[in-house]
Design a protein around this ligand. Structure first.
Ligand SMILES: C[S@@+](CC[C@H](N)C(=O)[O-])C[C@H]1O[C@@H](n2cnc3c(N)ncnc32)[C@H](O)[C@@H]1O
Length: 207
């Protein structure tokens, strides 16, 4: 049963995490999508939820205008909405339904424990804050899952690891959940290189 925080008669936005690949939607997410009168999301998010959508689905590109959508809109977010996703636009009365994130899928594939793992995003933004956070958390002994950016990916992270003298395993986890899924493993001296932009980088320190 879905629990909405909005008061009686009041409508609220629902942000549904659709997972990062096919078949990763939860039953809670499917129920919300099936009940929706209008569904909005990026093309890939709509594709991932397509078989459960019974109403009109509209592609949105300008996420800053989410507040202009109908109050009872269902917004689809790839992966988990609270990991560099659309959950950041949810207000107090809105609901966020979790989805399987790239970090969870990558850890499942590589069998790396989620504990001691620090999630960092450089996706779609200036990478300098992500770089500073990465260096600090590596020094703290944490493993890292990074959502990379065009100019801040496996090669740049490998260089940082070498400068810090940290031994680690690096994994590029690409197209998780899709038939083209590809996991490549390397080291700071021989970093894995992703073939597409849809990847997450896992850094596992050697102890
Ligand atoms: C806007 S962020 C959204 C992250 C998402 N909310 C999550 O929980 O993983 C988009 C980035 O997530 C990563 N990503 C999303 N789907 C992926 C997939 N199927 N395989 C690998 N990485 C993925 C990529 O780094 C991509 O550039």
């Amino acid at each position: 049963m879905l629990k909405y925080k909005a008061g009686k008669g009041e409508k609220a936005m629902i942000v549904v995490g659709v997972g990062v690949g096919p078949g990763m939607l939860t039953e809670e997410g499917i129920r919300a999508i099936k009940k929706a009168s209008a569904v909005y999301g990026a093309k890939r998010a709509i594709e991932l939820a397509q078989e459960h959508i019974t109403c009109e689905a509209k592609t949105i590109k300008d996420y800053k205008s989410l507040h202009l959508l109908p109050a009872d809109a269902v917004i689809l977010s790839t992966g988990d909405p609270m990991f560099s996703g659309l959950g950041k636009f949810a207000g107090e009365n809105d609901t966020v339904i979790p989805g399987i994130s790239s970090m969870q899928a990558a850890c499942a594939r590589t069998k790396v424990n989620l504990t001691n793992l620090c999630a960092i995003t450089a996706h779609g933004r200036d990478f300098e804050p992500a770089k500073a956070e990465l260096i600090q958390e590596l020094r703290n002994g944490r493993n890292i899952f990074l959502l990379p950016e065009e100019n801040f990916g496996s090669l740049e992270v490998a260089k940082i690891l070498k400068e810090l003298g940290i031994e680690a395993e690096l994994y590029t986890c690409e197209n998780l959940g899709y038939p083209e899924e590809r996991i490549a493993k390397g080291s700071p001296d021989n970093p894995p290189i992703a073939e597409t932009i849809l990847y997450g980088l896992l850094v596992v320190q050697k102890r």
